[in-house]
Design a protein around this ligand. Structure first.
Ligand SMILES: [Zn+2]
Length: 135
């Protein structure tokens, strides 16, 4: 028998329980067994920007793996320029690619000096990657 879509919502799905993926070991498990925490991460911007920018939600299969992940992020430096560069990249990736600095500032919520520092940081990273490619 067909299940009707709930009014204003998606069709009712009760056959496949939600599954989560551990960020450390990639194991899959029922979502209600997942453990989560938020950690500072300057490479992480949210889709619409806002207060959660610079925070990453970690998901793990248990407290042990969550603690290992948390420890990795504790050692990772939080670089403001990286966060600003991620915001600029997000705006440029979702709209017109040619914007003035004023338009970029309006759409990212950043100040112009922050945009300039983000571009300098981004270009330095590109040079380093070009000059010292990884394995
Ligand atoms: Zn795990």
């Amino acid at each position: 028998m067909w299940k009707r879509a709930r009014r204003g919502g998606r069709p009712h799905r009760d056959t496949v329980p939600p599954v989560e993926l551990c960020d450390l070991c990639a194991a899959t498990f029922p979502a209600d067994r997942a453990v989560h925490c938020l950690v500072p991460d300057s490479s992480c911007v949210q889709e619409r920007g806002g207060r959660a920018d610079g925070l990453r939600l970690l998901t793990a299969c248990g407290e042990g793996h969550l603690e290992e992940l948390r420890e990795d992020y504790r050692r990772r430096p939080f670089v403001e320029e990286e966060l600003w560069a991620a915001k600029v990249a997000q705006v440029l990736g979702t709209g017109p690619r040619a914007l003035t600095v004023e338009e970029l500032a309006r759409r990212t919520g950043l100040h112009e000096p922050e945009i300039h520092r983000a571009v300098v940081w981004h270009n330095r990273r590109l040079r380093e990657a070009r000059d010292h490619p990884g394995p």
